[in-house]
Ligand binder design. Structure first.
Ligand SMILES: CC(C)(COP(=O)(O)OP(=O)(O)OC[C@H]1O[C@@H](n2cnc3c(N)ncnc32)[C@H](O)[C@@H]1OP(=O)(O)O)[C@@H](O)C(=O)NCCC(=O)NCCS
Length: 156
C-alpha cells in the first residue's frame, strides 16, 4: 500500500482555477497547487490559506486522488488552525467552504482521517456530519507513521 504510487495515474489531472472560495469574512485563498511527484509520493493537491477578515488563520490541503494511501490513511483533506484561532470551529467551516471545489472534481463523498486521540479533529469531522467507517490498524507502517487511523466518510 505504501508503494502504490504511479505517476501515470495522474497524467490527466487538471487543477481548476479557484483563486478564492468563500467570501471576505471567511474563505480559502489558493496559495499553490502541487502536481503529482513520484519521488516524494505526492498526489496532486491544492494548498489554501484559511482566511478570516483578511487574516491568515490556518491552512487546508485538498488531495485530489483516490489511491489507497489517500482513502485509507491520509484522507482527501488536511487542515490546521493556528493555535490562537482555535476554538471557533474554523476547520469545519473551512471544509464546508471547500465543498464547491470538491464537487467540481466530481466527488460525491470524501474520506477524512485522523488519529483516534486527536479529539479536536474527530469533533471537527463529526460536526461536518461525516460517519465513522472504522478505526483502522496499520501493522506494516514505518515507525515514523501512525499505526491507527479513524476513517470517516463525508457525503457531500
Ligand atoms: C484540529 C484543528 C484544526 C481544529 O481546530 P478548530 O477548528 O479551531 O477546532 P475547535 O477548537 O473549534 O474544536 C472543534 C471541536 O472539537 C472539540 N475539541 C477541541 N479540542 C478538544 C479536546 N482537546 N478534547 C475534546 N474535544 C475537543 C471542540 O469542543 C469542538 O467540538 P464542538 O463543536 O462539538 O464543541 C486544530 O486543533 C489543529 O490545528 N490541530 C493541529 C493540526 C491537526 O491536528 N490537524 C488535523 C490532522 S487530522
Amino acid at each position: 500500500m505504501w508503494h502504490d504510487f504511479t505517476i501515470g495515474d495522474y497524467a490527466k489531472h487538471k487543477f481548476f482555477d479557484v483563486p478564492q472560495l468563500g467570501d471576505r469574512q471567511f474563505g480559502l485563498t489558493l496559495l499553490e497547487t502541487f502536481p503529482a511527484c513520484a519521488q516524494k509520493r505526492w498526489v496532486p493537491y491544492y494548498h489554501f490559506a484559511i482566511v478570516r477578515h483578511g487574516k491568515d488563520i490556518g491552512h487546508l490541503n485538498f488531495r485530489v486522488a483516490n489511491s489507497r494511501i489517500i482513502t485509507e490513511y491520509d484522507g482527501h483533506i488536511g487542515y490546521r488552525i493556528f493555535p490562537t484561532f482555535r476554538g471557533f470551529g474554523y476547520a469545519a467551516k473551512a471544509c464546508e467552504t471547500l465543498r464547491p471545489l470538491l464537487r467540481l472534481h466530481k466527488f460525491s463523498s470524501v474520506i477524512l482521517t485522523c488519529n483516534p486521540d486527536n479529539l479536536a479533529s474527530r469533533h471537527t469531522i463529526e460536526n461536518l456530519g461525516a460517519s465513522l467507517l472504522e478505526i483502522k490498524e496499520f501493522k506494516d507502517v514505518p515507525r515514523s507513521m501512525d499505526r491507527l487511523k479513524c476513517r470517516y466518510q463525508w457525503v457531500l
